[in-house]
Design a protein around this ligand. Structure first.
Ligand SMILES: C[S@@+](CC[C@H](N)C(=O)[O-])C[C@H]1O[C@@H](n2cnc3c(N)ncnc32)[C@H](O)[C@@H]1O
Length: 225
C-alpha cells in the first residue's frame, strides 16, 4: 500500500469508529445487542476473559503470577474486555484508533488505577510506555482491519515490546470469502494459516497454535522468539 493510501485508510478507520462510538458504541463493540445495560456489557467482557484467557493461563502466564504481569490490549473499544483484564493482571495498557472509544473506556475504567488506555494512530504501539510486557491480546479488532500491512505493523511493534517467549493471542478474519476494500472499515482482510505463519516468521514470532481457520473467528497464538 502506498503511504497516502495507508494514511487514507487510517483516517477512515478513526472517523468510522468515532461515528460508530457516537451512534451506539456498545452495539458496534459487541453486536449481540443494541441496548446493553452496564452490567450486561461488562459481564460480556468477563465472559470473553473466562473463555479466552482463564482457560489458557499456562500459555499466557508461563508460571508467572498474573498480578505481576503487564498486558497489552489492541483495540480496547469501550473498555469491555479491558476491565476484566485489569481484574486479573497487574497492569493493562490498551490502545484504540478512536478517541471517542478511548473516552468511553476511560470512564469504564475509572477507579481501576492499573488500567491505562490511549488513542493511537491505528497501526503501532508508540503511545504505550516503553518497557517489557508479558502478554498481548486482541479480540474482534483485526477482523475489521482491511489492510494486511496495518495488522503486520502491530505484530512487528509487539516484537519490540514483548519479552522473549511471551504470547500475543489474537483473532483475525479467517473466512476466505470476505472481500475487502480499503475504504470499508468493517470487513477485515482474511488470513489463511500459511499467511499467518509467514507473518509470524517475518516479525520474529512462532505460530504455535491456531483455532478456527476458515472462519470469522480465527485465533492465533504467536510466541515471541
Ligand atoms: C468491535 S470493537 C471491539 C472492542 C474490544 N476489543 C471488545 O471486544 O470489547 C473494535 C474496536 O477496534 C478498534 N479499532 C478498529 N481498527 C483499529 C486499529 N487499526 N487500531 C486500533 N484500534 C482499532 C475500534 O475503534 C473499536 O473500538
Amino acid at each position: 500500500m502506498e503511504r497516502h493510501e495507508l494514511e487514507r485508510t487510517l483516517d477512515k478507520m478513526r472517523q468510522d469508529w468515532d461515528e460508530r462510538a457516537r451512534e451506539n458504541a456498545r452495539f458496534y463493540v459487541n453486536t449481540e445487542r443494541t441496548d446493553w445495560t452496564d452490567e450486561e456489557f461488562f459481564e460480556s467482557g468477563r465472559r470473553t476473559v473466562r473463555e479466552e484467557i482463564l482457560t489458557d493461563m499456562i500459555n499466557i502466564c508461563q508460571g508467572k503470577d498474573p498480578k505481576q504481569m503487564k498486558a497489552i490490549e489492541i483495540g480496547c473499544g469501550a473498555g469491555r474486555v479491558t476491565r476484566a483484564l485489569a481484574e486479573i493482571f497487574g497492569e493493562v495498557h490498551g490502545v484504540d484508533v478512536s478517541g471517542e472509544m478511548v473516552e468511553l473506556a476511560r470512564e469504564a475504567l475509572r477507579g481501576m488505577p492499573n488500567a491505562h488506555v490511549y488513542q493511537n494512530n491505528g497501526m503501532d504501539l508508540g503511545v504505550i510506555p516503553p518497557g517489557e510486557y508479558d502478554f498481548a491480546f486482541s479480540s474482534i479488532v483485526f477482523q475489521h482491519i482491511p489492510s494486511r500491512e496495518i495488522i503486520e505493523s502491530y505484530v512487528q511493534d509487539l516484537h519490540r515490546l514483548l519479552k522473549p517467549g511471551a504470547l500475543f493471542k489474537f483473532q483475525v478474519q479467517g473466512d476466505p470469502n470476505v472481500e475487502t476494500d480499503p475504504d470499508d472499515t468493517w470487513l477485515g482482510v482474511p488470513f489463511t494459516e500459511a499467511q499467518a505463519r509467514e507473518m509470524a516468521a517475518r516479525c520474529g514470532f512462532e505460530l504455535r497454535y491456531s483455532h478456527g481457520a476458515g472462519t470469522q473467528y480465527f485465533w492465533l497464538w504467536f510466541f515471541r522468539k
